[in-house]
Write a protein that binds this ligand. Sequence first.
Ligand code: FAD
Length: 644
Amino acid sequence: MTVVSSPAALEASFDVLVVGAGHAGTEAAVAAARAGATVGLVTSALETIGQMSCNPAIGGVAKGTVVREVDALGGLMGRATDLAMLQFRMLNQGKGPAVWAPRAQCDRGLYRRAVRTLLEQHAAIHTIQGTVAQLLLDGERVAGLETLEGRRFGARAVVLTTGTFGRGKLHIGTSTQIAGGRAGESANTHLGEQLDAAGLTTLRFKTGTPPRIDGRSVHYAGLQLQPSEVEEHDWSWSHFWDTPRRFGDHTRHPEQLPCWITFLEGDGKALITTHLHESAMYGGAIASQGPRYCPSVEDKIVKFPDAVRHQLFLEPEGHDTTELYVNGLSTSLPAPVQLAVLRTVPGLHDVRVTRAGYAIEYDYYPPTQLDTTLQSRAIAGLWFAGQVNGTTGYEEAAGQGIVAGLNAARWVHEREPVILGRETSYLGVLVDDLVTRGVDEPYRLFTSRSEFRLTVRQDNALSRLSPIGAALSLYDARELACIEARAAAVRDARAVAERENITPAQADPLLAGTGTAPLAHAVRIAEVVKRQGVTLPALFRAAGVGAELPVDAVISAELELKYASYLEKERKAADRLHALGGLRLPAGFDYLGLRTLSMEARQKLTARRPETMAQAASIPGVTPSDLQNLVIELERRRRVGAAG
Ligand SMILES: Cc1cc2nc3c(=O)[nH]c(=O)nc-3n(C[C@H](O)[C@H](O)[C@H](O)COP(=O)(O)OP(=O)(O)OC[C@H]3O[C@@H](n4cnc5c(N)ncnc54)[C@H](O)[C@@H]3O)c2cc1C
């Protein structure tokens, strides 16, 4: 371990140093700065700040809600997506609002530049180019870092967000292996060695990416075109005050571009089957676990042998390039096989490959080694966020970045930690799942991971989280005004719906399309909107009311009205969890000696050491009756303590 020899050797000192400027690192830096810290953001190349390693897409199921939550706490991801997106879709609109999912395809270069621009608007953040070689320690606590270039910086807290770069190894086929953190970028080995020596457990995961192709070599005739949905949604609430959205306002973002749909069919499938043994993943070159929900094309062929064809999306990489991302064809087959497979696909028989697909293996640190703020239990002042914690995805990384950055800043200033509950946010679910359950495959969020998915929605992230952000003084005066304006707009939309009637003549053409009965007489809009398939914006338009209200606020009001009884149930469950879940468990509690608990619960509680009752409740194998007995024991000890 390196001990700081002389403070004079430090080039500069910060409250918080962040290592890596991917999605976790940039958010951690901004969150720490908003929380009042001075921040040094050290990353291997300033040009790759905000770089998307794989698909230039943000959002999707559950992930879209995380982007909104990151945004509600003042993060960058939603703001950068608004500036960079070239295609938008609201997924799952046919299903309930709990699973509505905004997803955007971004211009990769524009996104990177947007992140850097937004980041540099924070005066407290200093961006530094450098590859971190080691942490500087003062006894058991972090004191700064040193880069490969020999620059030393001091800090009271360090947030590590080095993504897939920890001893990263790229695989293309079974015989090509390249050390790297991502194609064309060096892996990072020194830090891993130091953390191993400090006794941290390190494991390996893998992930993969498809080839990219030159759009000029594609024959588009016959391919199915998928246009951007005409969207009425912003990703970020921060534009709200400047120019609130009205119905039919689609002018905020860069020019929208389409995607194309094609298919991997019989010939391509046969080629993959023939060459399967040459795939890094199936030929034995990679043993580590990959993301089950982002399968490689090899996985699809093996696991779904009866599927006639597999859908592929050709997605534009940006306005400034003809390159296309072949979504659905993640692979670690040898490059010549990749080309041959692509040329079997309709529209791609003359295709030129710009970049080969590959798989990558990398280090991660099992997150059960962290506390609920994502701070290492082994090294004080060291936080971990993003892919290093065994997650996958830009959004999961960004969410952890916010939690780690905020808490690192608060720890430095000796303030109470911020722990977001599962009932408050997907960020709460994410962090709680990671630190209490750990991961056995790259972790991604799903709506099914949340017990409160009707209340924890993408449209209401601001109302859920802005009271927390305001209490932590994360916003400036202009932002506070935006938040209040948005809350007022939702209240107004609700009030209009509860006050105004809609007549049969106005409503019936609309209701006819939904298969519900026509109105017999004028009815309150708030009642009609409860019918399936009927939306509040449509009712407002038909009744000629609420035209002045921003569309996002009207949609939030609609969901609150439509699902009022379900929401009430979830709120009661959340209150119960809150009352019980906040109960803190003593650090050295002797669970093994607690014979009223099952042996499984005793062992798991001893291994996981939950800090609160809510965390104990989320450990698989710890039953409600175990929890009840634990509460009884805590209460007994409290009485004994009080008597003593
Ligand atoms: C090939 C590939 C395919 C992927 N496919 C998918 C997918 O299909 N679906 C999905 O959801 N996710 C996928 N991902 C994962 C996704 O890219 C990550 O989840 C996300 O980028 C993680 O963000 P992060 O901030 O944790 O790390 P990253 O985005 O990896 O950022 C890490 C940052 O740390 C910097 N850095 C590293 N080491 C050092 C050091 N020692 N000193 C200074 N700076 C350093 C890097 O330069 C970089 O800026 C893929 C990733 C890769 C590489």
